[in-house]
Design a protein around this ligand. Structure first.
Ligand code: SF4
Length: 251
C-alpha cells in the first residue's frame, strides 16, 4: 500500500500541466504522495507532513485560521492496482510522482512503476524530489527524469538534513537530473553558487524559481530573478499553475 495525499476523501491524483521546471507546460498526471523527511518553512504541500503534535514552524502560523494537519485524515492508502486505475482514467503518458517527498516510499513504488512500464513502455516517469535520498538501482532504472529541488537556508531546515553530499553527488552525475532552486531573495544566490560549484552542476541544468503562492508575489520577484538567470545562464522557471489557477490543490 502506498500513502497518497488525501483531498476531499479522494487520492490526490490528477491531470494537469506541469507548472514548474524543465517540463513546464507539458500535460502530466500528478500522483501526490504523502510524507516528507524535511519541514520547509514555506512548504505549500504542508498537508503531507505538518502533523498535529509536531513543533515545526510554518509561514502560515501567523494566520489565525491555520492549523496543523490530522495525519489520518490527510492520507489515503491505495494498492498498486487502485493507483493504476486512477492513472488510466487519463489519456496521458507523463507521470509526475511528487509529494511530500516521494522517495520516502521508494521501495513500495518499485512494483507500481514496473507494472506501469510493463503495461506501456511509453510511460515517462518523473520524480519531484528534495535530493536527500539516493534512488535504489531498480527505481533508477525505471525513472526518466529527476527534478531535484535542493533546499536553501530560506527553508529553515537544518543544513545536515537538507544537503546530503552523497545524494547530491548521485544526482549531479546523473544525466536524468535537473536542479530547481526556490529563491526567496537575491541573497540566496551566494548559497546556490556555492552548491553548484561544490558539486560541479552544469549551469544549464539549473532552474531558478521564485518562492511564493500568490501571483502578485511571484511577479515582484520575476524581474530581479530573470536578471540573475541571464547573468549566470541559469534557466528561469515560473510557477505556471499558480499564475493560472491560484494556490489550489488538485489542479
Ligand atoms: S521537501 Fe518539499 S514537500 Fe518536503 S517540506 Fe520541503 S517543500 Fe515541503
Amino acid at each position: 500500500m502506498l500513502q497518497i495525499a488525501q483531498l476531499d476523501k479522494k487520492p490526490e491524483i490528477f491531470y494537469s500541466i506541469q507548472g514548474e521546471g524543465k517540463s513546464i507546460g507539458k500535460p502530466s498526471i500528478f500522483i501526490r504522495l504523502s510524507l516528507c523527511n524535511l519541514y520547509c518553512f514555506w512548504c505549500d504541500t504542508d498537508y503531507t507532513w505538518n502533523w498535529e503534535g509536531t513543533n515545526y514552524p510554518h509561514l502560515n502560523d501567523k494566520n489565525p485560521n491555520y492549523q496543523k494537519f490530522n495525519k489520518a485524515d490527510s492520507i489515503i492508502k491505495l494498492t498498486e492496482k487502485q493507483i493504476i486505475a486512477e492513472i488510466q482514467k487519463y489519456n496521458c503518458h507523463r507521470l509526475i510522482f511528487t509529494g511530500g517527498e516521494p522517495l520516502v516510499q521508494q521501495k513500495k513504488l518499485l512494483s507500481l512503476l514496473a507494472q506501469l512500464k510493463k503495461q506501456n513502455p511509453q510511460y515517462h516517469i518523473e520524480f519531484e524530489t528534495n535530493g536527500t535520498i539516493i534512488p535504489i538501482p531498480e527505481l533508477e532504472a525505471l525513472t526518466n527524469q529527476y527534478n531535484v529541488s535542493l533546499k536553501l537556508e530560506n527553508s529553515k531546515v537544518r543544513l545536515q538534513e537538507r544537503l546530503k553530499p552523497k545524494a547530491i553527488h548521485f544526482f549531479a552525475q546523473n544525466d536524468k537530473a535537473n536542479f530547481k532552486f526556490v529563491v526567496d531573495s537575491p541573497k540566496d544566490l551566494d548559497e546556490i553558487l556555492e552548491i553548484i560549484q561544490k558539486y560541479a552542476i552544469f549551469h544549464d541544468k539549473v532552474y531558478l524559481m521564485p518562492q511564493g503562492t500568490k501571483p502578485a508575489i511571484l511577479r515582484k520577484k520575476q524581474q530581479w530573478l530573470v536578471e540573475i538567470c541571464k547573468q549566470y545562464q541559469f534557466n528561469y522557471t515560473d510557477r505556471l499553475h499558480i499564475l493560472i489557477y491560484g494556490d489550489k490543490r488538485g489542479i
